[in-house]
Design a binder for this molecule. Structure first.
Ligand SMILES: C[S@@+](CC[C@H](N)C(=O)[O-])C[C@H]1O[C@@H](n2cnc3c(N)ncnc32)[C@H](O)[C@@H]1O
Length: 271
């Protein structure tokens, strides 16, 4: 497939962190955060985790979420649902929201949907002037700007580790370390749940496997620096890794490497 110059340019700009952060600041100043949208999405995220992990897997459990995003609303809902402790690991340092208004709206909506939660919810601390909130470290920890390659938590401290739509974004070189961390962190008998989206995120509706037709070099030139960059691993590449890590994982149903042309499915190099 031919290289698209526009994508190469976007990718080059995304490679400069100061430029990327400045663009985000401009975007955030020009557009107030959509709290209603964030709240609806957070409620959906709880639903996905309940279906995936199961309510019994959440209640009373110590949970680790890899690639959690920057806010701790989902942690609050999981705690309200009965989780003992929730730890979030997110590589992006930017975007934490400390405005109580967001979390008040979340509590209101979650209550309306039948969750037993009231203000201030367990896991949330309000500052003395009432203007900002943060997670209560006894219940919720948010490791922002931290790669899941090295998670600052003790061995065997979780009943379950999970990620949703994250493992496909882990840079190739980081993958072996990211696959090993859940094994170190999960107690014997604990479980791992990882939902992986294995299609091209830009052309999923029209051509879901388009990204596999670029050579590794072409893909890197066009998408390698972007937050949405994909490692292009197939289901069996993930299974191979996670077997090595001896963690029980679940995958959504996606094409395996054997179903695809060989030259298009080069897995990332080990780091
Ligand atoms: C598509 S988002 C999914 C966010 C969230 N799990 C959800 O369900 O909405 C992928 C997330 O993984 C994070 N991520 C990518 N590589 C990571 C790494 N090595 N360590 C921790 N987080 C990472 C990204 O910054 C991003 O927030």
């Amino acid at each position: 497939m031919a290289i698209e110059p526009k994508q190469v340019l976007y990718n080059a700009l995304a490679g400069f962190t100061p430029v990327r952060n400045q663009l985000r600041r401009i975007r955030d100043r020009s557009r107030p955060p959509d709290y209603a949208g964030i709240v609806n999405y957070t409620l959906k995220r709880l639903q996905v985790r309940r279906e995936f992990i199961g309510d019994d897997g959440i209640r009373g459990a110590s949970l680790l979420e890899i690639g959690s995003g920057q806010e701790f609303g989902l942690g609050l809902l999981l705690v309200a649902f009965g989780a003992r402790r929730v730890v979030n690991v997110e590589i992006e340092p930017y975007g934490f929201i400390s405005d109580p208004a967001l979390y008040r709206l979340l509590v209101e909506k979650a209550r309306a949907e039948g969750l037993e939660i009231r203000w201030p919810p367990a896991g949330l601390q309000v500052s003395s002037n009432g203007r900002s909130v943060r997670p209560d470290p006894e219940k919720i920890v948010l490791h922002l700007g931290c790669s899941a390659e090295t998670i600052p938590e003790p061995d065997c401290s979780f009943d379950a580790t999970f990620s949703v739509a994250v493992l496909e974004h882990i840079r190739g070189g980081a993958m072996p370390r990211v696959a090993r961390e859940p094994y170190r962190l999960t107690r014997p008998g604990g479980a791992g749940y990882h939902r992986v989206d294995l299609v091209d995120h830009y052309t999923r509706a029209v051509d879901p496997l388009r990204f596999l037709r670029y050579s590794p070099r072409q893909y890197d030139l066009m998408f390698g620096n972007r937050g949405s960059s994909l490692n292009r691993m197939r289901m069996d590449d993930h299974v191979k890794r996670t077997k090595a890590a001896k963690v029980r994982y679940q995958f959504n149903s996606m094409p395996s490497r054997t179903a695809l042309p060989r030259e298009d499915t080069t897995p990332p190099e080990d780091g």
